[in-house]
Design a protein. Structure first.
Ligand SMILES: Cc1ncc(COP(=O)(O)O)c(C=O)c1O
Length: 348
């Protein structure tokens, strides 16, 4: 589905989506108030809806996934604590070191296979101040990313998620799930979202990625946690006034754009299988579980050069490393676009 005219196939990210006519209609009709004063009815409706869908008590609408993770980390930790997260997680790689600057935390990095951490590796990376003669920082928060972006859009098996949460709890750590693309995992696994996140104290979901809203993320958790998170959102400058204008798009996204993610997954799969058959490229098909495809360059080509040649053919991807590219499938990528993208690779 694509309602704006373009001659490009934009596979750089699922963040490039633009609101559809129906979503704009929802935005147009949104009732608004002053959310800093707590009386924007559309924001309140979105927060209630998200909390219910994820089986938690309360939710907080924030401007971005990065802010959601930052507020969560700040709420769960104290300066001098340590967060435990995957080596290539978004929190570690792409959020400007916010855990250090905004929360005063150090980070313990856990190795992973396609972005999925083993419970034992998490356990081995939780350090506690107690019993260390105060040598260690206090590991107090375990973060899990589901789906894992750098893992290839991979989904955590439920038993691993549950085991990691139990290990964290047993070691007196809080748990946070960066579920920027949680609904991709929901659709791919056929598991209820509340079940997936059941044992996690807080969860961040993004509305502005595969779900197609222009702006916004939601942090969910217990009422007590969200009340404290509200304070940190304010201090981070994230209190928004007539935010119902953008929250309306979020409600529309949650009501209309979840089931259709299966189409993005199907297109990603078809693209991945075709590219993997080409001699200069390889794709780890095991990792293609949702809407992302990481392409490895196997013949000494330079990723930036390939990106520029593909761009000349109207196809936009991101280079992730000197030897790898990423293609992300979203609601504006049609079946014909997939054909165009495959053909662009074939004729490089
Ligand atoms: C896994 C993950 N978490 C968090 C974010 C941050 O979201 P935002 O760009 O809205 O800050 C992203 C963005 O791509 C992401 O992929």
């Amino acid at each position: 589905m694509r309602e704006y005219s373009t001659d490009r196939v934009d596979l750089r990210s699922d963040t490039v989506t633009q609101p559809t006519a129906a979503m704009r209609e929802a935005i147009h009709g949104a009732a608004v108030g002053d959310d800093v004063l707590g009386d924007d009815p559309t924001v309140n409706e979105l927060e209630t809806k998200a909390a219910q869908m994820l089986g938690k008590e309360a939710a907080l609408f924030v401007s971005s996934g990065t802010m959601s993770n930052a507020v969560a980390i700040r709420t769960h930790t104290n300066p001098g604590d340590e967060i435990i997260t995957e080596r290539n997680s978004h929190i570690y790689e792409y959020e400007g070191g916010g855990y250090a600057a905004l929360s005063g935390c150090s980070v313990a990095l856990v190795p992973a296979n396609q972005g999925i951490m083993e419970p034992n590796d998490v356990a081995n990376n939780i350090r506690k101040q107690a019993g260390s003669l105060s040598h260690y920082p206090n590991g107090s928060l375990v973060c899990v990313e589901n789906t894992s972006n750098r893992g290839g859009g991979t989904c955590y098996p439920q038993d691993k998620l549950d085991a990691i949460a139990k290990i964290a709890r047993d070691k007196d750590c809080a748990t946070h799930m960066d579920g920027a693309r949680l609904f991709n995992a929901v659709v791919a696994s056929g598991t209820d979202p509340a079940r997936i996140v059941r044992d996690y104290d807080s969860v961040s979901i993004c509305l502005s990625k595969g779900l197609g809203a222009p702006v916004g993320s939601i942090l969910v958790g217990s009422s007590e946690f969200i009340a404290e998170a509200h304070r940190w959102r304010k201090m981070f400058g994230g209190g928004m006034r007539q935010a119902g204008i953008i929250a309306a798009a979020g409600i529309y996204a949650l009501e209309n754009n979840i089931e259709r993610l299966v189409e993005d997954h199907g297109r990603a799969q078809r693209f991945a299988e075709s590219i993997n058959q080409m001699k200069d490229f390889s794709v780890n098909l095991d990792a293609v579980q949702t809407n992302m495809v990481y392409v490895e360059l196997t013949s000494g080509q330079d990723a930036k050069d390939i990106v520029s040649k593909l761009a000349d053919k109207g196809v936009d991807l991101l280079d992730i490393s000197p030897k790898s590219l990423r293609a992300v499938f979203h609601l504006h990528v049609t079946d014909e676009d997939v054909d165009v993208a495959i053909e662009a690779f074939r004729t490089l």
